[in-house]
Design a protein. Structure first.
Lengths: 194, 144
């Protein structure tokens, strides 16, 4: 029952996942905003702490402002080429991180959906196998009953035949005896005539 | 709720960020003013957002094989665009009238950072602020 409810919940979740209606309850930000913060969050089930983009963002901000602060402290100003290089590195990395994260989350979602669909297929197959097994068991039971019934009928017929046989043989024997008696009597009658 | 294409919006955000960076490299505050005007006009109506229209009507058709359905709430984009435009106007005002060059560049740099972040990673701080404020004001409306 609990397993069925879990599966039902999972199916409902899968129906919503991949759309704006989906809300990742594991994510602190999405839960508080009551909407998915970015498009990739339409598929996500991770917690806020484990979100790859948050994991990118925090070191990035620390790196960006840290490196700017260090450069400013050492040289008294941040040269423009250095700033451009830092920005290109940070946002280039960010773009690739975001791209790969989206791919990963979508792949994870596809895998999950496949697993649930396969689970559903397995369940329907199990139900079919159970139904056929039940049918076969019932058939086996009825077959046994039918065999017993036919055996009993055959036994009754055999007994009847035996009785009939006994009766017929007894009659025949009696007839043979009577014929012999008639023959003896005929012979005695012949003797008396002579 | 009208929806717009997120990829086109991100493209426009990256371009705005790059233009602010270019303004910094050329040390030209008139470019900042021009970007502020572009962003402000773009947030009034998405039809006037030049870079969005460029990507949405031309580049996506040329380069993208699949055309995803629109997914971003237009009000989020308009709010974020308005905030960015206000910050850029503020930066220009600080520079032009008060000669606070450093503070002005910090504000412009903030807009550039947030635009590039939104464009590169999809994390739009303005959109999150919009959702947050909407939640607060809707909560108050419901209470009243």
């Amino acid at each position: 029952m609990i397993e069925n409810n879990n599966n039902r919940n999972e199916e409902l979740l899968l129906a919503k996942i991949g759309s704006k209606e989906y809300l990742n309850e594991n994510c602190w930000l999405a839960r508080n905003l009551r909407i998915p913060p970015a498009k990739r969050c339409w598929y996500c089930v991770l917690t806020f702490r484990n979100c790859p983009i948050v994991q990118y963002l925090i070191p990035t901000i620390i790196f960006l402002f840290g490196s700017l602060a260090v450069l400013f402290l050492i040289e008294g100003e941040v040269s423009k080429p250095v700033l451009v290089i830092i920005l290109i590195i940070v946002f280039g990395y960010g773009w690739f991180a975001n791209y790969s994260t989206e791919k990963l989350i979508k792949a994870n979602f596809q895998e999950r959906r496949l697993r649930i669909e396969l689970g559903g297929e397995k369940k329907s197959l199990e139900i079919k196998v159970a139904a056929r097994t039940k049918e076969l068991k019932e058939l086996a039971v009825t077959l046994d009953q039918r065999v017993k019934e036919r055996t009993r009928e055959l036994q009754e017929k055999m007994e009847e035949l035996e009785r009939f046989n006994k009766l017929a043989i007894g009659r025949e024997l009696k007839m043979i005896g009577l014929k012999e008696e008639i023959k003896e009597l005929k012979e005695e009658l012949e003797k008396y005539r002579k | 709720m009208r929806l717009i294409h997120e990829d086109s919006l991100r493209f426009s955000m990256v371009l705005y960020g790059i233009l602010v960076l270019l303004a910094y490299l050329l040390n030209n505050f008139w470019i900042i003013l021009a970007i502020g005007v572009l962003m402000g006009v773009g947030s009034i109506s998405i039809n006037y957002n030049l870079f969005y229209q460029l990507h949405s009507s031309c580049l996506r058709r040329i380069f993208s094989k699949e055309s995803p359905s629109p997914s971003k709430d237009i009000n989020e984009a308009r709010f974020a665009g308005s905030v960015a435009a206000i910050l850029l106007f503020l930066a220009f005002w600080l520079f032009y009238f008060w000669k606070l060059t450093m503070l002005a560049w910090v504000l412009a740099g903030l807009v550039m950072f947030l635009n590039l972040l939104a464009g590169a990673t999809g994390i739009c701080v303005g959109s999150l602020m919009y959702v947050f404020f909407r939640k607060i004001f809707r909560g108050k409306e419901n209470q009243s």
